[in-house]
Design a protein around this ligand. Sequence first.
Ligand code: ADP
Ligand code: ASP
Ligand code: MG
Length: 411
Amino acid sequence: MGIVVQKYGGTSVGSTEKIKNVARRVVRYKEQGNQVVCVVSAVGHTTDQLVQMAREITDDPPKREMDMLLSTGEQISISLLAMAIKATSHDVISLTGAQAGIVTNNVHTKAKIMEVSSDRLKKELDAGKIVIVAGFQGVTIDNEITTLGRGGSDTTAVAVAAALRADVCEIYTDVDGVYTTDPRMVPEARKLSHITYDEMLELASLGAGVLQPRAVEFGKIHDVVIHVRSSLNDNKGTIVKGVNDMDHGSQLEQDIVVTGVAYDLNTARIGLFNVPDKPGVAYKVFSALAERNINVDMIIQGTMRNGSNDISFTVAKDDVKAALEVIEVVGKELNIEKVACDQNVSKVSIVGAGMITNPGVAAMMFEALAEEHINIHMISTSEIKVSCIIDKEDTEKAVKAVHKKFNLEEG
Ligand code: ADP
Ligand code: ASP
Ligand code: MG
C-alpha cells in the first residue's frame, strides 16, 4: 500500500460533472489499496472572478482581505468533491489549509509554506479516509489565513507529499504533461517524458504556468517525484525528478541543448535615468524594493556617463504600483532624474541544461528573433537559460520562431 497525493487544477474541477469524474479517479486509487490525499484548486475561473470583484470595489485591496476572499474558492471545491466521493460510499473528509496543518509565513497573497504539521492528515488517513485538502491556502502561527500566490495549489500538493513521504505527487491538469512550450500557443510543441527539477524550475519561473515554481523547489529539496498529467485521460504524463533519463522523448539527451521555451506576459520594465554613479545606489534601490517584498527579475545598469548611470529592471505587473511608490521615495533621496515604466513588454526565454557546454546558443536565439524583425529590449543569461524582453505584441511570433529554431517540434 502506498501514499498517493493528487492535485486537481481549476479546469479539472470546472463543473459538477467534472467533479464527479475526479471523484471516480480518486476512488479508483483508494480501491487499489492506496492512502489518498487529494489537493484541489478553486472551481474553473473562480479565483479570477474573485480578483475581479475585489478590483471593482477598490484598486488597492488590503492583502489580508484578499486572502480572506481568495481562500473561499478552494473551500467550495473541497466540499463538493468530498460530497461526490461520499456519494460513492467511501469515507472522506475535506480540510481547509489550516485544518490540514499548512503553516505559512505572514506575507499575504504570496505566503510561503514554513511547515506542514501532518498529524491531522495522518490521523484521517489511518482512519481509512480519503482526505481532500484545499490548495493554495495556509495559516500563519497567529491564525491568519494566507494564500500562496497564483497556481499555489501545486505547491500545497508537493508540500503535503513531502510531509507524508508520499510515493508520488500527481498533478492533474488540462494538458497531457509538460511540453517544450505552451501547447496552447504552439500546437507543434512536444510532450517531454522527463524533465529535471532544475530545468522545470527555470521553465516555471520563466512563465510556464503548468507548475508553480515553489512546487518544483519543494520537490527538489524533498525529493518528491512529480507526475504532471491530464485529468481527462490515463496517458502517462511528464515525470519531474532529479536526474534525467537518457531518452528525452524522441531525441537522445546528448542532442538536447534547449529543453523548452517559456514566455511571461506578467512582466513590466522600469527604467531609472541619470542615477548618480556612486557606491551604495543599487543597494538603496533594490533593498527598498525587497523590503516591500517586491521580486525584481532582470537588472541592467548602463555604462557611466558624466557621473551618472541608467538602471532598468523588471517586476511582475502586480508589483508595478508598489515598485513605483518605492522608487518615488528612494528617487528623491538619490536625486534620480527620471523614471519610466513600460508594461507593454513580455519575456521570452529558452531553458536547457545542455547550454553550458554549447557555445552560440544565445546567438541562435537572437538570430531567430532577428529573422522575425523582433527588437530585444533587455537580455539576461545564466548557465541554463537565456531571456529576452521584447514588445508584448511580438510574443507569439517570438515563441514560435525560437521553438522552431531549436527543432523542438514533434517528430
Ligand atoms: P491548472 O488549473 O490545472 O493548475 P494551469 O492553467 O495552471 O492549470 O496550467 C496548465 C496550463 O499551463 C496549460 O493549459 C498550458 O496552457 C500552460 N502551459 C504553459 N507552458 C506549458 C508547458 N511548457 N507545458 C504544458 N503546459 C504549459
Ligand atoms: N485557485 C488558485 C489560482 O487560480 C490556485 C491554483 O489554482 O493553484 O491561482
Ligand atoms: Mg495551475
